[in-house]
Every structure is written in structure tokens, then in C-alpha cells.
Design a protein. Structure first.
Length: 487
């Protein structure tokens, strides 16, 4: 167990959370953590299933007196978003997370923490292990690859699940979530012609640093800068004004994270160096002004680079910039029925250059499937116009809000009785697996609750000890209160 987490209560929650952080479990790398949890449940003598996608379904009988209460499904995902600072040396496939604590705040050293959703998994495991928490029959569903396409839940055998009261333990914001957006991730590939850089040209790197990034759903209304889009704007300017030549562009690590860092390698005529530096200084001032509230530490850097070989042909570089500058990126529309909630958005998450191929991966969210399909159609047509290959990498459905949810009403009553104030009830722009359950079981009563995460999908990710304590207590009280579900 991490030294910084010793002595915290609930002790067993933090012990299990500690163990999970030491097991590499980035998206599509869940075998080890799935095997660990499966063994944990087998040792408890619980009915357990592990499928080929490494999803887990674990069943536990009701405690005495709760045999007639409805079956409750506790659901969380085992994978985490793997983001790190550019200067941080960390291999997410084998290195444990370095967990730190500053008073109430738990965070990681230069990487994502993985509290999204290791806290939810730890909660579920503690309930399975405990003999002191009253509860109905339980079905715990732990999925793989939620963060990078939800391929895990698409492989899940829903016929093994009887429960229709579902408590999703993914991270929430200030209260409970009762609806969420549908999400689609797309991929565009451009094959671009290359040629030798003009003789005598010098080489440099243009970098964007200092952006906060964030969750491309939960943080989209904060108008944070997307480094991929900002870099495309800068390169368009440099191309038009100085005829710079583009060797390649790299930005972002995940489609569901607002891109924090990007860099481009360029070649330019030596006599243009001073003017280039002046223009990039102008861009520094312009972006600092644009982003003074959302990203006050944005930096535009100009650094020398070792000589390269070839560059994109000018017309080919223009095709790439046409693509990047016409993709929907950022907030597209707000929900007109629920004030303050985003309805539709896009995110240029990842750009990669490999020889003559440039890959652009984007993610679209909407509470309305028709609006999400509209954005996908727009970008498919854009890709066709520019000669790019277009494909859908993954898609998950929206989860519709139900105003008559008895589970939501029960949790609200319990919270108000315990804490003396009303619970915040939200519709989220972040996608989660509730949409998949809703599509399979339209009659299901679903609520998403879990620990509030700050800086999700970034190296600034953190969770508060006090929040973990409160949410654990609420989960226990909710399970104990399930005999009142029908009232």
C-alpha cells in the first residue's frame, strides 16, 4: 500500500485502490487487472464470469432480510486514460502509478491517476468482500476498454444479468447523473505527397505547451484550447505569410481528452527567421488573450531542430490544414431544455504523422443521436472531398433521462436525510456505459454516481479523500435503503 494512503478511512477502500494503482490497466491492457479481480472474487467463493474481452460479472446473494428487494447491478470500468506530461518518463504498460497526497487531495506524479474509475472498482470490490453491509442480491459488472471505445461492454453477455436497478460507479460531478450523451470516435487518414525541402532551408519545431486540456465532455464548456486546432491555425498563418514547409504534426494522446500539447517540424528560408520569431511572438500574445480565462499558461515555443529530409508538398500541406480547420472541434450546441448542459460537441483528440500518412482521430458527443450523426456525416463528406479515408472506430448510445426514476428519488431522499441538503441531479455530456445498459434494458432504472474527479483525462487528475469517504457512505446507505425502493 502507498505510504501516503495509510491510515485513511475507509481503510479497505484505500487498500484496494492502492493495489489497483500498482497494476497497469490502460485501455486495451486490462488482462492483468481483470485476472487479479477475478482471483479476488474466486477466493471469496462468489459466482464469477470472465469473458474473452476481460469483462467480469460477479454475483453475491442478498444479506438476510433483503431477499425480496430488487437485484442491484453495481457497474464500473477497469481501464484508465493514459495521459502524461511530455517530460515525464512513464510506461503505462508496465509501470505502476506513482500516487501522492497533499492533505485531502490524492494525485499522481506527472500522469493520470486512474481514480476514474479505480475508485468505483474499489467500491464494488469492498461491497463484494464485506460481511457488514446490508444489501439485496448483487450483480457486479466490471468492464474493459470503456475509455477508448467501449469495446468491452459491446462484448458483454447481457443474458447473464437479471438486475434492472443499475448503479453505475463511474465518476460523477457534484451529485448523481441521470442521463448522458452518446459518443462516436472517428478516424481520418490522409496520404500526402512529399518532396525534398528546398536547399538551404533551416529546420525548427513549433510547440504548444501549457494548456490544461481536460475531459472532452465534462470540460467542453470551459472553452479550453485544443492544441491540435491551435497548431493548425498557426501553421496556416506561417504557410500563407512565409511559405514555411511542414515536415509533420503530432498532437494528443487520447480522443476523449482535449489535446494539451502539440508540435510541428517545419523548414523555412533562413532570411525569414526573424519575421517568423516575431509572428510566433504575436501568436503567443493572441492566444494568451484568447485563453486568458481558460488557459492562462499557454505557451508558443520556437526551437531549432536537427535537419530533416523531405517535407509535405505545399498543396498536400494545404489539404491537411483544410481538414483540421474544418473539423467541428469544441462546443457545437447547448441543451435548450436543460440550462447549462452541453448538447453537442466535437474534439480533435489525436494527430499523428507517419511518413506520407497523417492520421486524425476525433470524437463527437451529443445527447441527440440525430445531431451526432449530423456531425459524423459532415466530416465524412469533408474527408471524401479532401481524399481522406474515413472510418468509425467506436460508438456508444446516449442514455435518456427518466424523470420518474425511483432509484434517483431514493438516493435523493437518503442524501437529504444524511447531509441536510438537496442532492445535485445532472445530465452529463460525458459518455458512459449507462447508454449501453439503457439500449439493452429500456425499462431499467439507472443512476450514475461515484467520486468527483478533478482534471479527468489529464496529468492533473485528482480526487479528494473526503469525497471518497462521502461517496462510499452514500453507496452503503443506498444499498441498505433498497428495501424502500418500491415506496
Amino acid at each position: 500500500m502507498y505510504e501516503c494512503l495509510k491510515g485513511l478511512e475507509p481503510a479497505r477502500v484505500f487498500e484496494i485502490f492502492s493495489q489497483l494503482c500498482q497494476i497497469p490497466h490502460g485501455s486495451k491492457n486490462e488482462k492483468e487487472i481483470s485476472d487479479y479481480i477475478y482471483g479476488f472474487c474466486q477466493d471469496l467463493g462468489l459466482e464469477s464470469y470472465q469473458d474473452e474481452a476481460y469483462n467480469l460479472i460477479i454475483k453475491k446473494p442478498a444479506t438476510p432480510g433483503y431477499e425480496d428487494a430488487p437485484v442491484v447491478v453495481l457497474q464500473a470500468h477497469m481501464d484508465m486514460v493514459c495521459e502524461k506530461n511530455a517530460d515525464k518518463v512513464h510506461d503505462f504498460t508496465k509501470d505502476p502509478i506513482t500516487v501522492l497526497r497533499d492533505g485531502d487531495r490524492i494525485y499522481a506524479d506527472g500522469t493520470t491517476l486512474g481514480a476514474d474509475d479505480a475508485t468505483g472498482v474499489a467500491f464494488a470490490m469492498c461491497v463484494l468482500e464485506s460481511g457488514d453491509i446490508p444489501h439485496p442480491r448483487l450483480e457486479v459488472v466490471l468492464t474493459a476498454d470503456e475509455e477508448a471505445g467501449m469495446s468491452g461492454i459491446r462484448a458483454l453477455d447481457f443474458s447473464k444479468i437479471q438486475g434492472r436497478v443499475i448503479v453505475n460507479l463511474d465518476c460523477s460531478d457534484e451529485g448523481i447523473v441521470v442521463g448522458c450523451a452518446g459518443v462516436t470516435s472517428t478516424r481520418m487518414e490522409l496520404e500526402l505527397g512529399r518532396e525534398q525541402a528546398p536547399e538551404g532551408y533551416q529546420w525548427a519545431k513549433v510547440k504548444i505547451r501549457g494548456l490544461k486540456g481536460g475531459h472532452s465532455g465534462l470540460d467542453i464548456t470551459k472553452e479550453r484550447g485544443n492544441a491540435n486546432l491551435l497548431m493548425a491555425r498557426i501553421l496556416s498563418c506561417l504557410n500563407q505569410e512565409f511559405g514555411v514547409r511542414l515536415e509533420g504534426l503530432e498532437g494528443g494522446l487520447q480522443t476523449n481528452a482535449i489535446c494539451r500539447e502539440a508540435e510541428a517540424v517545419i523548414a523555412y528560408a533562413p532570411e525569414q527567421k526573424e519575421k517568423l520569431e516575431e509572428k510566433l511572438a504575436w501568436w503567443q500574445q493572441a492566444l494568451a488573450k484568447e485563453l486568458k480565462a481558460s488557459d492562462p499558461n499557454v505557451r508558443v515555443l520556437f526551437e531549432g531542430s536537427k535537419p530533416g529530409g523531405d517535407v509535405l508538398a505545399q498543396a498536400e500541406a494545404e489539404r491537411l490544414l483544410d481538414l483540421l480547420l474544418n473539423i467541428d472541434c469544441g462546443l457545437v450546441a447547448m441543451n435548450v431544455e436543460v440550462p447549462g448542459v452541453p448538447e453537442t460537441s466535437g474534439n480533435i483528440g489525436v494527430v499523428r504523422t507517419e511518413g506520407s500518412r497523417v492520421t486524425v482521430r476525433t470524437l463527437y458527443r451529443s445527447g441527440l443521436d440525430s445531431k451526432k450523426q449530423y456531425l459524423i456525416d459532415k466530416n465524412q463528406r469533408l474527408a471524401r472531398r479532401l481524399g481522406a479515408k474515413f472510418s468509425i472506430e467506436s460508438s456508444s448510445p446516449e442514455w435518456e433521462y427518466k424523470s420518474d426514476s425511483r432509484l434517483s428519488a431514493l438516493i435523493q431522499r437518503i442524501f437529504e436525510k444524511r447531509f441536510g441538503k438537496k442532492l445535485v441531479v445532472e445530465i452529463s455530456h460525458g459518455g458512459n456505459e449507462c447508454g449501453a445498459f439503457f439500449r439493452q434494458f429500456p425499462d431499467a432504472d439507472i443512476v450514475c454516481t461515484g467520486t468527483q474527479i478533478s482534471g479527468a483525462h489529464t496529468p492533473d487528475e485528482s480526487v479528494l479523500v473526503s469525497t471518497v469517504q462521502k461517496e462510499w457512505e452514500m453507496l452503503c446507505l443506498t444499498l441498505e435503503g433498497m428495501r424502500e425502493y418500491e415506496s
